[in-house]
Write a new protein. Structure first.
Length: 173
């Protein structure tokens, strides 16, 4: 039986830039991970961080995560976002999702298939995305097994720690 991820949907449009997810004011410069996470979407969705709940799912349009190579995926994961599903995902953002252990899938038609607060159900073995309220089922683009495993298990850094290739996070601080 494959893993199933279920969560409440928050919708974002096309061309969502990493600058919106992780504003420059908290990107680097000594801001803690908690401070960075609290600033997510503060420019375009003030109050979103307070309204979202761990396990929620972001549904995006085309070119989700475009822009700079900010570690926005880390902040989203830190908030408890279960998955980002978008029409298309920028390659740098997708790689950061893998690195930081945030599930990210491309799924044509997903933006039109959901309204905010509906429930998305993702069957990872088949890469099927279902809207529980409407019954609509979409086919997400498959992710290679090794990348999917990294996203499901915390990302590349825990793997490198486990293999003794980098110091444990607590020791690095």
């Amino acid at each position: 039986m494959s893993a199933v991820v279920t969560g409440r949907v928050w919708k974002f449009g096309d061309n969502i830039n990493t600058d919106l997810m992780l504003p420059n004011s908290v990107n680097g410069g000594g801001a803690t991970l908690d401070e960075q996470a609290r600033a997510v979407f503060s420019a375009n969705r003030p109050g979103w961080v307070e309204a979202m709940r761990p396990g929620d799912i972001i549904v995006g349009g085309k070119s989700y995560g475009m822009g700079s190579n900010r570690p926005a995926a880390r902040s989203l994961r830190h908030l408890g976002v279960a998955c980002v599903i978008a029409e298309t995902i920028n390659g740098l953002f997708f790689r950061n999702c893998v690195n930081f252990g945030l599930l990210a899938l491309e799924c044509p038609g997903v933006s039109a298939a959901f309204e905010e607060m509906q429930t998305a159900e993702i069957a990872l073995g088949e890469f099927k995305v279902r809207n529980r309220e409407t019954g609509t089922v979409l086919q997400a683009r498959p992710v290679p097994d090794n990348l999917l495993a990294l996203m499901q298990n915390g990302g590349i850094f825990p793997l490198l720690e486990k293999r003794g290739l980098i110091a444990p996070a607590a020791a690095q601080a």
